[in-house]
Design a protein around this ligand. Structure first.
Ligand SMILES: [Zn+2]
Length: 344
């Protein structure tokens, strides 16, 4: 544990702490890494360190530190993409139509607002800090509008961008940022941290750590939000049921699943991890399974399905996840997948 109060990513913290201490903080950082790996937490800690009014920044206790932590600091703002049909005048979301696919984007209007604000000197802090979350979702014209400021930023401005992957961001933007690529923590490190910080008791911490794949931010959220794990149990129960169903029931189930459109990528993730576990058990690698709470069920499946059936199920679920990302007919894609799954 350190003043930055982060779990893991020690090298990034050390590097940034040193930059702050020697007053050599870059104008722009691009923090990359998987969803839930801790990018925003790191960005916020850096914003605290930049605004902190005491020694040993971020102290976590001064007014500035507290305000950043609760998103109330006047010289720190965080912007991120908004769903389609967002009403900027009313600052609210128009009622979604069923046909809308909720694809968020960071829009030029948001960038212009932010740049107008950044053009004014800080109110109280030494810096103006802007965290731009999920920058891979920026529309091209928004990214280009931002680029101009990034080329000649006001001396007090500090930008912290986050994105899943640097290759998803305009190269002209990437080249002006210092890149911090966050990697997953060891599963054991996540598990120990959850227990040590009282976020979850042992069995639960073990399950969450494995499900997280080392993404500490996700693990911390899942420890606090029971619903995140409950939906996973539901997805796995659904898969269990599908495997016992006949054709007509499966078609009906695809229709049911289609009603929870936004959840489909998570459904597929859960299914893929389940099949991978079945494969691990079959190949004698059962100690590495993710879904430790369903071990009996997995062992059972490992005796019933042939290796090529398992491979095929994983491969088809991955393909389907790609189709969904490409806006194909969700229902049809899920129906084809479900009909192809083997039967017990
Ligand atoms: Zn402070």
């Amino acid at each position: 544990m350190n003043n930055w109060n982060l779990i893991g990513h020690e090298w990034a913290v050390k590097f940034l702490a040193q930059s702050v201490a020697t007053d050599r903080v870059a104008h722009a950082y691009l923090v990359t890494g998987a969803h839930g790996i801790g990018k925003t937490t790191l960005a916020r800690a850096l914003a605290q360190a930049l605004q902190c009014t005491r020694d040993n920044k971020p102290c976590g206790e001064c007014n500035a530190c507290r305000q950043v932590a609760t998103n109330r600091h006047l010289d720190v703002q965080m912007i991120e993409g908004v769903p389609p049909r967002y009403n900027f005048e009313k600052d609210s979301l128009a009622p979604p139509r069923a046909s809308d696919r909720e694809k968020r984007a960071l829009r030029i209007l948001q960038i212009r607002d932010m740049l107008r604000d950044v053009s004014r000197a800080p109110f109280e802090g030494k810096h103006k800090v802007v965290i731009l979350r999920r920058f891979e979702e920026a529309e091209e014209e928004a990214a280009n509008a931002f680029l101009k400021t990034l080329e000649e930023p006001p001396r007090y401005a500090r930008f912290i961008l986050t994105a899943r992957d640097a290759t998803m961001v305009l190269p002209t933007i990437v080249s002006r940022c210092q890149i911090l690529n966050l990697r997953p923590l060891a599963i054991s490190e996540v598990e120990e941290a959850l227990v040590a910080r009282g976020k979850a008791e042992k069995d639960r911490a073990r399950l969450i750590a494995r499900l997280s794949g080392g993404r500490i931010g996700w693990a911390v959220r899942a420890s606090a939000d029971a619903a995140m794990l409950e939906s996973r149990v539901r997805y796995l129960d659904e898969l269990d049921a599908v495997l016992m169903e006949g054709r007509a029931e499966r078609i009906a189930r695809a229709g049911e699943l289609d009603k929870q459109k936004e959840e489909l990528p998570d459904v597929l993730d859960a299914w893929i991890s389940w099949w991978r576990d079945v494969l691990l058990i079959q190949t004698g690698d059962g100690a590495r399974i993710t879904n430790v709470d369903r071990e009996n069920n997995l062992r059972n499946a490992a005796t019933r399905f042939a290796r090529d059936q398992i491979y095929r199920a994983i491969q088809r679920a991955r393909e389907t996840a790609r189709y969904l990302a490409q806006n194909v007919n969700d229902r049809l894609a899920m129906e084809v997948l479900i009909l192809e799954l083997p039967s017990v």
